[in-house]
Design a protein around this ligand. Structure first.
Ligand code: 5GP
Length: 190
């Protein structure tokens, strides 16, 4: 997605060789028009699949997942991130490390929101090590729903998340791949 690459080059900053700051587009602010374009891209990529719901993780995945769900005409579910010591009997729950916050949180999805009848499309903002995605996949497995595919706006392909999920057999589609953030420079993979 060339327009997204241009915006990344203009608006992102390299924090270090592993982390990109992209607040204006993905992690703090939202460009509704560009976000709708992302949603259309994902909807087109997964047009051959029957999807009953889009699922994501709060908070940065929500805008693009919403856009995708709107184009596909299906509901959106987002996993809550909570730090909880209490069990949640009415929810599926998986503990995952947070890449940017350096803490562990619980991903929680109410049991009544997804079921074995669902064919899900998982949409998220960025993939690094893939911990959030693996946590959500475990929740989807617990629910008995089918995961039809994974759409990620930005894959840092020098980190293992995307590769690992593909090796596990999941269909992972990304809008932009970053090959390196070394020397304070954003290098795209294609
Ligand atoms: P993972 O679980 O794949 O290691 O990390 C995924 C989550 O961490 C993403 O949903 C994203 O919010 C956050 N994240 C990972 N890498 C980056 C990064 O380079 N920049 C920002 N802003 N967030 C990131």
């Amino acid at each position: 997605m060339d327009i997204l690459k241009e915006r990344i080059l203009k608006e992102a900053s390299v924090i270090n060789s592993g982390v990109l700051k992209l607040d204006s587009l993905l992690n703090h602010g939202v460009d509704p028009q560009l976000t709708m374009e992302m949603g259309k891209e994902f909807a087109a990529k997964f047009a051959g699949e029957t999807i009953t719901k889009v699922i994501t993780v709060e908070s940065s995945g929500i805008p693009v997942a919403f856009a995708t769900a709107l184009v596909l005409g299906v509901p959106l579910v987002f996993a809550r991130r909570k730090k909880t010591l209490l069990g949640e009997p009415d929810a599926y729950c998986e503990r995952v490390p947070s890449f940017t916050k350096g803490i562990v949180t619980d991903l929680i999805v109410s049991r009544h929101l997804i079921s074995s009848e669902d064919s899900l499309l998982f949409i998220d903002d960025i993939i690094a090590n893939g911990d959030a995605a693996r946590g959500l996949i475990k929740i989807i497995e617990q629910s008995g729903a089918t995961l039809k595919g994974i759409g990620i706006v930005l894959e840092k392909s020098f980190q293992a998340g995307g590769r690992t999920l593909r090796e596990l057999g999941y269909r992972v589609e990304t809008l932009v791949k970053i090959q390196s953030l070394d020397d304070n420079t954003i290098t795209f993979a294609d």
